[in-house]
Design a binder for this molecule. Structure first.
Ligand SMILES: Cc1cc2nc3c(=O)[nH]c(=O)nc-3n(C[C@H](O)[C@H](O)[C@H](O)COP(=O)(O)OP(=O)(O)OC[C@H]3O[C@@H](n4cnc5c(N)ncnc54)[C@H](O)[C@@H]3O)c2cc1C
Length: 415
């Protein structure tokens, strides 16, 4: 595959852009692969990429029922941070954040990683204590964060109202190398790199059954026929329960809608990401100028990928006190994605009761930031058949054993 470079752009500019090739191939499925990954979201594609890059396994198909990144990967609000409380979480999210730093160069694809800084506002005494605790934990984990006072918050975000009547801003947990990236580009960049390694990215192909013999996976049935495999990775986020059911086991996962919206584009006014978890809202400004706004997940199970008026009203109402200027903005569009939530708000990267079926799910409202770290860990699990250091605490059996990795503070509303 031809490399993208400044010289390529100049060359194509001179010949009316007639020489670009397709970024990835659209092959017909083969009869058999060493590894099949179900789900071409960021996590599935990153898993395939690191299987090839780190383990030289390239006889791989990534099977997607819709289109590349059409699930949560293309629907999120793109926040990347690693300021989690528990050690296993900080390790995998920080691994992911550090891989984002060089992802554009690794993939030869501009994912527009913007380490603009993320702050989580403390608007109650309880939050001050909670975030100070996280800052101390992060210091021990080697994750650079700090607790800052309200004056510094105002300096970083001039449009914020720090003396709101209900919830004044009392400080914030600040991570300066956290930020955002272009979410579609992450999926497209991985897909292009996978295709370049000879892997098959197969879109519009739904897996409808998982075929097993003697407790071991032998292949999948899809809307385009049966495909055999030696190993199977299930990376389907909100549809995890449905696909696990096909393999004959159950998981402690709930599927709920998470919604977001963007405003009309306006002039640059905020160059960091701000989360206000007490009032249930967060906001950043996209490169196009839109204010990107999100809130908490819906309170009921659902598989419908769309927004609802009452939720938008609640989220915007929550943010208007802290950002009075948004009350004058027009909203452009809203949408929803189906997120896969575990009880402890931490993911599952695990072997399963079916031999050679591996599962990666439970990223809930916050898995975009984890994509490269998760793919790295899942590739190791599939290649070696056992979890490596990044994944070993995230087994599905931790719920039976009571070894929860409680991230409800870091991941309840914050994404
Ligand atoms: C509104 C919203 C805001 C968010 N904001 C953030 C944020 O700011 N920061 C952050 O870190 N995270 C955020 N998230 C969460 C993040 O988007 C997800 O955790 C992450 O994208 C999950 O990626 P994935 O690859 O696991 O899933 P997905 O991208 O959903 O990919 C799974 C794929 O599997 C496919 N699939 C399902 N069933 C089948 C089948 N039977 N056969 C074949 N294919 C199948 C689906 O079509 C889908 O494309 C947000 C999510 C939403 C919805």
């Amino acid at each position: 595959m031809k490399r993208y470079s400044v010289f390529a752009v100049a060359r194509e500019a001179l010949r009316y852009h007639s020489g670009w090739e397709r970024a990835w191939a659209s092959p017909e499925p083969k009869k058999k692969y060493d590894v099949i990954i179900i789900g071409a979201g960021g996590h599935g594609l990153a898993t395939a990429y690191y299987l090839g890059k780190n383990f030289g396994i390239t006889n791989v198909a990534i099977i997607e029922k819709g289109w590349l990144g059409g699930g949560n990967t293309g629907r999120n609000t793109t926040i990347i941070r690693s300021n989690y409380l528990q050690d296993p979480s900080a390790a995998i999210y920080e691994k992911a954040r550090s891989l984002y730093e060089t992802m554009s160069q690794d993939l030869n694809y501009n994912v527009m990683y913007s380490p603009r800084g993320v702050m989580m506002l403390a608007q109650t005494q309880h939050e001050i204590r909670g975030y100070q605790r996280t800052a101390h934990a992060n210091a021990l984990q080697g994750v650079k964060t700090e607790f800052i006072g309200p004056e510094r918050v105002k300096e970083l975000v001039p449009i914020i109202n720090i003396s709101g009547p209900r919830y004044p801003v009392l400080g914030a947990l600040w991570q300066d190398r956290a930020g955002t990236a272009r979410h579609d580009a992450v999926a497209w960049g991985y897909a292009r790199a996978c295709s370049d390694m000879g892997m098959d990215v197969i879109q519009k192909c739904e897996v409808t059954a998982i075929r097993r013999e003697g407790g071991k996976v032998v292949g999948v049935t899809t809307t385009r026929g049966d495909i055999d495999c030696n190993k199977l990775g299930v990376v389907v986020a909100g549809h995890t329960g449905v696909v696990a059911d096909m393999a004959g086991f159950r998981l402690p996962i709930e599927s709920v809608a998470l919604q977001a919206l963007v405003s009309e584009p306006i002039k640059p006014c905020m160059d960091v990401v701000v989360m206000a978890n007490t009032v249930h809202g967060y906001m950043s400004q996209s490169d196009k100028g839109e204010m990107v706004i999100g809130g908490g997940a819906d309170g009921y199970n659902n598989y419908t990928q769309r927004g609802s008026f009452h939720h938008i009203e609640e989220t915007v109402r929550a943010l208007v006190e802290t950002f009075p200027m948004i009350s004058r903005l027009k909203m452009l569009r809203q949408w929803g994605g189906i997120v896969d939530m575990t009880g402890d708000r931490s993911p599952i990267i695990s072997k399963t009761p079916v031999e050679n079926v591996f599962i990666n799910c439970g990223w809930g409202t916050g898995g975009f930031k984890a994509i490269p770290g998760s793919g790295w860990a899942m590739a190791e699990l599939i290649a070696k058949g056992e979890p490596g250091p990044l994944a070993e605490e995230f087994s599905m059996w931790r719920f039976r054993e009571g070894k929860f990795i409680d991230e409800s503070v870091a991941a309840g509303v914050a994404h």
